[in-house]
Design a protein around this ligand. Structure first.
Ligand code: GDP
Ligand code: MN
Length: 383
């Protein structure tokens, strides 16, 4: 789960990371009043879960009441890469001498945490990463060892942080690492981490992705998930308790088991199709679950065909087939459906599907054939 900047900053503050005072505002009036309370200059910041707000005009400095008003008017309702701004964070403005970058995330390939620090932070960090990767210092951290202050200091120096800021940056790194580990985050990022002209080091932005698998030990996270910015497909899937990830293609995918769902996406790509989503319906494939899955896929306007890939294990083939047939009776589906059913009692299952076969319900015996047909139908539609 991703946090908004202001939530991320509140999370940072719990771990002692210095952030600026600020207030949330959902209307122009509230924004002006927040600015008056904070004292000028303030920064009016769009709260959307997408990067590059500054370049999109979503971050504005305001030196007085009139500017606070005009900035709030300009930013509220702004569309930033498809995210419409509904909430502002009004923050006391900081003076900036230098902009740095710091983050922790998991390096899955190395099976270690990865710290990244750069003296070249700010709105162009992606470009720096691409053109001058050596400008970003990296350190792998064994979770059993943690991050010692001495290692943090060495990392800050290696990143070329100015000498006067090295201790401050190292201090923030130690706190940020604690936030990442104890706070159960998958990613914590500060860009920019600034040095002020009077020598203080301070987080000016916050990107925090919490590890959903750890939510059971953080009852306070409920407050975040209620505000989460989900696309309508993701929201419905979450309500229905399905493991769903929206993608950009036109072949809707339903499979039982995460591994099979991922392979299904891969095979569709391999035959030239484009998966519209990842959807794992889990071990069983009852009519209710299948109906829910089809309903979620149905809300995706881009979907032009649906590939149902089920391998019966404990769930028997005829139950799966009956589930699919019953689900189709419950949900009105326009896109043609291609089913590959295999595993326990596959023959019985396919016989049931054969009874209901039409040009919009096709059963094929192998994953590859079914992927081909589904991709083809997405391109050409039903003949
Ligand atoms: P992003 O564009 O979505 O990453 O938003 P940020 O919160 O990182 O802000 C973008 C840029 O706006 C920063 O890199 C700063 O240069 C500038 N900025 C943000 N807050 C302040 C502030 O308090 N004072 C000044 N002078 N500039 C700021
Ligand atoms: Mn930023």
């Amino acid at each position: 789960m991703d946090l908004y900047e202001y939530q991320g900053k509140q999370y940072f503050a719990r771990f002692g990371i210095p952030v600026s005072p600020g207030e949330v505002a959902d209307t122009v009036e509230d924004a002006v009043e927040a600015a008056e309370r904070l004292g000028y200059p303030v920064v009016v910041k769009a709260q959307v879960q997408v990067g590059g707000r500054g370049k999109a005009g979503g971050i504005r400095l305001a030196a007085n009441r009139d500017e606070a008003r005009s900035s709030a008017e300009a930013v509220l309702g702004l569309d930033i890469k498809g995210h419409v701004v509904k909430r502002l964070w009004i923050e006391k403005a900081s003076d900036i001498a230098k902009e740095y970058y710091a983050s922790f995330t998991l390096d899955r390939a190395a099976k270690l945490h990865l710290a990244m620090v750069s003296a070249r932070g700010g709105v162009d960090i992606e470009q720096v990463a691409e053109e001058e990767p050596e400008a970003i210092a990296r350190l792998h951290i064994d979770p059993l060892d943690g991050l010692e202050p001495a290692a943090a200091l060495a990392l800050a120096r290696e990143a070329g942080i100015d000498e006067e800021a090295v201790e401050g940056v190292a201090g923030v790194l130690v706190e940020l690492y604690r936030c990442y580990v104890e706070g159960d985050a998958d990613l914590v990022e500060i860009n920019p981490l600034i040095l002020t002209p009077d020598g203080r080091v301070h987080a000016l932005d916050a990107k925090v992705t919490l590890d959903d698998a750890a939510s059971f030990r953080h009852p306070d996270w409920d407050a975040y998930s209620n505000l989460e910015e989900l696309d309508p497909r993701d929201r419905l899937a979450k309500e229905k308790g399905l493991q769903y990830v929206g993608l950009d293609g036109d072949v809707g995918i339903i499979a039982n088991g995460a591994g099979l769902a991922m392979s299904t996406c891969d095979v569709v790509e391999q035959v030239g199709g484009k998966p519209a989503n990842f959807l794992d319906i889990g071990g069983g494939a009852s009519a209710a679950v299948m109906a829910n899955a089809l309903e979620v896929i149905n809300t995706d306007e881009k979907v032009r065909s649906i590939f149902v890939n089920v391998f019966g294990g404990i769930t028997r083939g005829e139950e799966v087939a009956n589930g699919i047939v019953q689900a189709l009776a419950r949900v009105q589906i326009d896109a043609p459906i291609v089913i590959r059913l295999d595993g326990t009692n596959a023959e019985q299952g396919r016989a049931i599907l054969a009874e209901h076969a039409s040009d919009k319900l096709v059963s094929l015996p192998t994953m590859l054939e079914a992927a081909r047909r589904a991709s083809e139908l997405a391109r050409t539609g039903v003949a």
